[in-house]
Design a protein around this ligand. Structure first.
Ligand code: AMP
Ligand code: ZN
Length: 116
């Protein structure tokens, strides 16, 4: 738990979130600023800054975060049509919250991966 981390505070129950799936060491909750009909954030409960740091520190947990992304996609009905999992990383990657999180987005065609 990192006191000044928004997502650690969600894990601790100090800030409310709409949880859609939970495992022993991962949590999935709806993004407050949804960019698609389904937009869920998947995090490890333990604090790691970004996906690169998580992969180095605990590759098994990184795999379980991906498994939770897949479980969320299945639960939200995205598996048939497809969806996207995005890990924004660092400044140029557009990361705003420095507790690793995968965005699971879908529910409509998502278009090109990047704008020009
Ligand atoms: P990123 O830019 O990849 O760091 O994404 C951070 C995401 O967290 C954004 O999509 C925000 O809409 C989302 N977000 C910020 N605060 C909250 C919150 N309290 N509950 C749920 N999602 C949040
Ligand atoms: Zn954190």
């Amino acid at each position: 738990m990192t006191d000044d981390c928004l997502f650690c505070r969600i894990v601790a129950g100090e800030i409310p979130a709409t949880v859609v799936h939970e495992t022993d060491d991962t949590l999935a909750f709806r993004d407050i600023g949804a960019k698609a009909p389904v937009h869920v954030l998947v995090i490890p409960k333990a604090h790691h800054q970004d996906v690169a740091a998580l992969a180095v520190a605990d590759p098994g947990l990184a795999g379980r975060v991906l498994a939770t992304c897949a479980a969320v996609a299945e639960k939200e009905g995205l598996s048939g049509d497809g969806y996207r999992v995005i890990f924004n990383t660092g400044g140029f990657g557009g990361q705003e919250v420095f507790h690793v999180h995968g965005h699971v987005v879908g529910g409509r065609p998502l278009g090109p991966m990047l704008s020009a």
